[in-house]
Design a protein around this ligand. Sequence first.
Ligand code: LLP
Length: 415
Amino acid sequence: MDFFNYNENQLYAEECSVTDLAKTHGTPLYIYSRATIERHWHAFDQAAGDRPHLVCYAVKANSNLAVLNVMARLGSGFDIVSKGELARVLQAGGDASKVVFSGVGKKSDEIAYALEKNIHCFNVESEAELDRIQAVAKQLGKKAPISLRVNPDVDAGTHPYISTGLKENKFGVSIEDAYKIYAKAAEYSHIVVKGIDSHIGSQLTEIQPFLDALDRVLLLVDNLAEQGIKLSHIDVGGGLGVCYDDEQPPHPNEYAKAIASKLEGRDISLIYEPGRAIMANAGILVTEVEFLKTNQDRHFAIVDGAMNDLIRPSLYQAWQKIIPVKTKSKVAPKIYDIVGPVCETGDFLGKARELAIEAGDLLAIRSSGAYGFTMSSNYNSRPRAAEIMVDGENSYVIRQRESLESLWQGENVLP
Ligand code: LLP
């Protein structure tokens, strides 16, 4: 559930009129709802019950400082994949001791930075990375807490670009290889073996693949214990899907309960890394219709938002709901392709949508809070959109619209 609802025929973000926000701040405009973020975060936190756990929000989904700060205030942990994400978390008031560091290509300076900040754990994705962490930790005279990301080879049943738990994917190590890597880690002087993690993909709409992955991980945990390697946490990754259209993903509560029940009787703490499930439906992208146009028999609504603002439709053929900010009963509905001004045929936000609209109207692309702004770019020299967070009847600019000057910031011409 989220807090973007119609009141009469006008869309509201919590108690703020979306039309008013667009008038004040211009379009395209990202709007997030604090109440929705908090509600989703608590759903994960509460479902874990009494078991010691950490909700490590996946920063890549939306890394705006205000978003991270809202979560830091809730006591959230964070899943990061770069030095930049860790710096953002710290800047936003996040607690380094609740940070897990994922990603296949950690550079030595990133490892050093994370060690200096005393993060909770490195989610190690290869033997070579383990060697590198040992070397950097030794140099700094620090002990590096690690977990090994295993690839349980289960089919997440999701889009191939966001499926990560198959053996052909680049992520993690195979369960077979994990034994020898754990044994090596246990011998290393500057490594402390803490846990195990897996993340099998994103936008999963069934619980079963998570449970299949967990079964395989638990078998490994038990076998390692027999070899004298006792793990203190299991990190089940992120990946829980959301409703973009008519999907019916399990509620975080249902998902977390199913996982918790598999862990019953085990003395082990739990880490989740949700990104999309917290943020996607906590945000919308508002865009204005510039022109309506008909080519042959196809109708286009040309809007001021584009693939550089929200790339998911172009990149994954992702479907996101597009709704009018003000519903109109006197305009005849037509079937439109909603396209942006970028010079690419692939620049669309939605195709074949029935809408009753006129030029000048505002549209809201729903479920844009995750992997929206963070994947945006300046392609076609388009300044990136402003971001707003609403909190009840108040709204705050949490990122200013980029200026023209910012487009060439850091660039130089030859002398
Ligand atoms: N943990 C790890 C190690 C991950 O790689 C990811 C996402 C997450 C957690 C969070 O997954 P989530 O709960 O958000 O599904 N740009 C794509 C999604 C890419 C996900 C990458 N990894 C999209 O827009 O659909």
